[in-house]
Ligand binder design. Structure first.
Ligand code: CMP
Length: 137
């Protein structure tokens, strides 16, 4: 079984649609093995997204991600990393497939409602950034 890391981002938590996103996750057959609601500091967001630090959108992204609470999760399923990215849809909701989370809920390319790891190494880093072994059940 593979694990991936997921975030329900501030734009979705603010609009009270986290439950709709969690329903989609469960309906798609993922097990939620870890979940908590937290508010990131700006520096925690910067650490999480450090691979994007040279990008022009980095500062805005970290301000957005720390402006209000998020829900962080660890999802388990065969092929979880690819499956969660498929369920989220393209980063830019304008390019996302119908039925995906970003097509249905994202506001724009930055406030795109959800995040998912893009590779096993990234998933390992992202899971350990937010969870210790006792929090994964
Ligand atoms: P995420 O999958 O969390 O990974 C990096 C995030 O940066 C991405 O989702 C978006 O929230 C944001 N992002 C990516 N590209 C852009 C862009 N061109 N402009 C603004 N934000 C972006």
């Amino acid at each position: 079984m593979e694990r991936t890391f997921a975030i329900i981002k501030p734009d979705a938590v603010e609009r009270n649609i986290s439950g709709k996103i969690i329903s989609k996750i469960e309906e798609a057959g993922f097990k939620i093995v870890g979940m908590k609601k937290i508010q990131l500091s700006k520096s925690q967001a910067e650490g999480f997204y450090y691979v994007h630090k040279e990008r022009p959108f980095f500062n805005d992204l970290c301000s957005f991600m720390s402006r209000s609470p998020v829900i962080v999760m660890v999802l388990e399923k065969e092929g979880a990393i690819a499956a969660w990215r498929t369920l989220m849809g393209a980063t830019n909701p304008a390019n996302a497939e119908p039925g995906t989370i970003r097509k249905e809920f994202a506001k724009n390319i930055e406030e795109n409602s959800s995040h998912g790891s893009d590779a096993p190494e990234t998933a390992a880093f992202e899971i350990s950034y937010f969870f210790n072994a006792f929090e994964l059940v």
